[in-house]
Design a protein around this ligand. Structure first.
Ligand code: HEC
Ligand code: HEC
Ligand code: HEC
Ligand code: HEC
Ligand code: HEC
Ligand code: HEC
Ligand code: HEC
Ligand code: HEC
Ligand code: HEC
Ligand code: HEC
Length: 433
């Protein structure tokens, strides 16, 4: 009898505890204990917002697929997804879908599975391309002896983004020199207007005269004075000097939007507080661990000197091998002499873009936009100064990345060799007998 009631008591206690903690897991702020495993590097920052992928009701895989598309469809469309849904709606490809349903993101990108998740959240084995492309071994002389796990070797093929790695493009850029004749990046000019008077000058009763004077002096030489953004445009409230990201957004909508699409700003996009350096998976300077990522992590009020933002600011936080090697590179040396030559961190990671419709030049603030697969950088950055084969070879070499491109190379890329051989094959077969 005694043991029976003890068991009953223990049962009641345990179930009450489970009910309380279970309820907290479901309703509390931090639901991470309910995850089957941690998220991939791509999404670790938004782990706290389960609903970003699962919706509010955990509606199953169809709901998750929709959330993937809400965040990624426009990016895949912009790169003209080489294996987009359209390709697979062609009935001739139905047999391939039976092997692997490629209309579903989750068949290749699962989450919470760190044991078998590869770079870019890919959860298929490396050799899965040949599930659909067996024919390539028989149809292409150059591919006959290749191993099935080499299709996506750096600079050969990508699954989605074939905007650089396709035959006609490579043919058009065969045999270019390593260094092109002109080697500068796109120029960015400020629209200088007549001298502007500050609308917030220090007064005798002002509580912060020294800070006011410093602000005024820096502002007067800045792009804001030249472009007519006055003190009151940022400081609307006389008692509070704090400036929010929404204030910048009023005039710099594109920069705020693209900032929120990359790893620096993605938390803000889902309503979480800004990224703190201490949350990073990449190596950072210890003494930067309490810094946060917002517009003023790289831009200093009030001088807004973009040269400081291009490298010094980055190196205040980043402390990995590649970043630390930059100062020793030719790119850094040349950039220090003339910022439109060589390459700063921003030249590669936050390149200047030209809007095709308006001709307006702006800086890409999504720091992840051209990072993976890294041949995205060829068109956006390297081709301003280097031949395509040189750039592809450098980007495919992990030692070049570790040394921040401070090693000489003998440029020859197997993709280009295949294209050269095929050009010869085609011209031989089209020659009249
Ligand atoms: C970046 C998107 C993403 C986020 C954010 C996310 N998940 Fe998931 N979750 C997935 C995907 C994808 C699957 C796998 C579905 C599959 O492969 O069947 C999954 C599966 C699960 C499963 C297995 C059961 C099921 O529904 O298939 C649980 C439980 C789960 N997630 C809990 C969580 C919790 C709790 C959080 C927040 C702490 C979270 N997830 C955040 C994408 C996400
Ligand atoms: C709330 C928006 C959001 C949702 C929902 C979301 N992602 Fe992402 N995803 C991002 C952001 C932001 C990044 C980081 C920026 C980047 O790497 O391009 C990212 C990165 C990625 C990457 C890696 C890109 C790289 O460069 O390494 C893949 C692959 C990816 N997401 C696929 C998915 C899939 C599949 C789903 C659905 C399970 C999903 N995402 C859901 C916002 C989202
Ligand atoms: C058949 C497999 C497969 C399917 C299905 C698939 N992906 Fe991918 N995805 C990959 C592979 C492999 C990569 C690695 C980079 C590459 O090869 O392009 C990748 C990379 C990515 C990237 C980052 C690379 C880039 O170029 O920006 C994003 C974002 C992404 N996938 C999103 C999605 C979304 C969203 C879906 C569903 C609409 C999806 N993927 C469906 C295989 C797949
Ligand atoms: C689910 C089946 C499937 C998988 C998996 C797949 N592909 Fe494809 N791929 C296709 C289809 C369908 C086309 C469209 C070409 C066509 O209509 O014949 C295509 C086209 C291509 C093309 C362009 C060929 C051309 O000249 O039009 C390349 C290159 C390619 N895939 C490479 C890859 C690589 C690399 C992988 C692995 C990362 C891969 N594919 C995985 C089905 C697949
Ligand atoms: C482009 C936006 C912008 C403009 C224009 C601007 N400021 Fe500021 N100002 C800031 C930011 C950002 C801060 C830092 C506030 C914070 O920490 O949130 C700041 C802070 C200040 C502070 C407080 C400094 C301290 O040390 O406490 C003063 C005073 C100030 N600004 C004066 C001015 C004056 C005077 C002008 C015009 C001559 C001006 N600002 C123009 C963005 C601006
Ligand atoms: C009232 C509009 C306005 C507001 C608000 C504003 N800016 Fe600007 N900003 C401008 C103008 C105009 C320029 C000069 C643009 C040009 O001609 O290219 C500029 C230029 C810049 C530049 C480039 C400086 C250079 O030397 O090239 C940076 C960086 C910048 N703003 C950051 C910010 C940040 C951060 C905020 C929020 C604290 C902010 N701005 C708020 C109007 C504004
Ligand atoms: C990771 C560092 C970094 C962060 C964070 C950052 N910027 Fe920038 N920004 C730069 C660099 C570097 C340049 C100049 C690059 C160049 O000259 O090519 C720049 C240039 C600009 C310019 C002038 C060029 C253009 O695109 O018109 C504006 C405006 C600007 N930033 C606004 C912002 C705003 C608003 C935010 C906050 C959402 C922000 N920046 C956050 C690094 C950063
Ligand atoms: C205030 C600190 C800080 C500054 C300043 C900063 N970063 Fe970062 N950066 C971070 C953190 C933290 C991450 C890690 C994000 C993560 O782990 O998800 C990151 C990530 C990155 C990544 C990897 C993104 C990805 O998708 O994997 C690149 C590239 C990068 N930063 C480049 C730069 C460049 C270039 C600059 C200067 C123009 C810069 N950063 C300035 C803190 C900073
Ligand atoms: C000539 C172009 C170039 C320059 C200059 C450059 N990078 Fe990179 N960076 C790259 C490439 C390419 C990658 C590798 C992408 C990949 O393949 O994963 C990379 C990767 C990174 C990463 C991600 C590392 C990781 O482990 O995921 C960070 C962070 C980064 N760079 C920061 C910086 C900083 C900070 C500077 C300046 C001090 C800088 N980079 C200068 C091209 C460049
Ligand atoms: C604005 C011009 C410019 C851009 C953009 C640029 N480079 Fe360079 N790069 C140069 C110049 C100039 C040199 C030095 C040539 C010399 O004097 O040997 C150089 C040198 C190099 C070297 C050889 C380094 C050495 O020490 O011999 C490599 C590798 C390299 N670049 C790769 C890249 C890659 C990859 C990209 C794109 C991610 C890129 N560069 C973008 C101008 C540029």
């Amino acid at each position: 009898m005694k043991t029976k009631s003890l068991t009953l008591f223990a049962f009641v206690v345990v179930s009450t505890l489970i009910a309380i903690f279970g309820w907290q897991w479901f309703t509390g702020e931090d639901k991470r204990l309910l995850q089957p495993g941690p998220l991939s590097y791509a999404h670790h920052q938004i782990e706290l917002t389960c609903h970003s992928c699962h919706g509010d009701s955990f509606a199953g895989n169809a709901g998750i697929e929709q959330e993937c598309k809400n965040c990624h469809a426009s990016e895949l469309k912009a790169m003209d997804d080489a294996h987009g849904q359209k390709k697979f709606s062609d009935p001739r490809n139905a047999a391939e879908l039976a092997i692997l349903d490629a209309t579903k993101c989750l068949n290749c990108h699962q989450e919470h599975q760190p044991e078998f998740t590869r770079k870019m959240s890919v959860t298929q084995p490396v050799d899965y391309c040949v599930a659909c492309h067996q024919e390539v071994f028989s149809e292409r002389e150059s591919h006959r002896n290749l191993a099935a796990d080499t299709c996506t070797n750096a600079g050969c093929h990508n699954y989605h983004d074939a905007s650089t790695l396709y035959e006609n493009f490579l043919v058009a850029h065969l045999n270019e020199p390593a260094q092109l004749a002109t080697t500068t990046r796109i120029a960015r000019v400020i629209d200088h207007k007549p001298l502007l008077r500050a609308d917030r000058m220090p007064t005798a009763t002002e509580p912060l005269p020294a800070a006011m004077n410093a602000a005024h002096q820096q502002w007067q030489k800045s792009a804001h004075a030249l472009g007519h953004a006055n003190c009151a445009d940022c400081h609307r409230d006389n008692d509070n000097w704090q400036v929010s990201i929404e204030t910048c957004q009023g005039c710099h909508e594109g920069q705020v939007e693209s900032f929120q699409q990359g790893h620096h700003g993605m938390r803000v996009a889902v309503g979480l507080p800004p990224l703190e350096v201490s949350m990073a998976k990449l190596p950072m300077h210890q003494d930067a661990s309490d810094k946060v990522l917002n517009c003023h992590s790289c831009h200093q009020a009030h001088d807004y000197n973009t040269r400081k933002a291009e490298a010094d600011a980055c190196l205040g936080c980043h402390n990995d091998k590649h970043s630390k090697q930059w100062r020793a590179s030719k790119h850094a040396e040349l950039w220090q002499q003339n910022p439109d030559h060589g390459a700063s961190c921003a030249t590669c990671h936050m390149p200047r873009l030209v809007d095709k419709a308006t001709g307006k030049i702006s800086v890409e603030h999504n720091n992840s936009a051209n990072l993976r697969p890294n041949d995205k950088m060829v068109k956006m950055v390297c081709m301003n100064c280097h031949g395509v084969e040189f750039a592809l070879t450098a980007l495919a070499d992990p030692d070049q990345i570790d040394s921040n491109f401070s090693k000489a190379i003998n440029a020859s890329h197997s993709s280009m060799d295949f294209v050269r051989a095929r050009q010869n094959e085609v011209s031989a077969s089209s020659r009249p007998d």
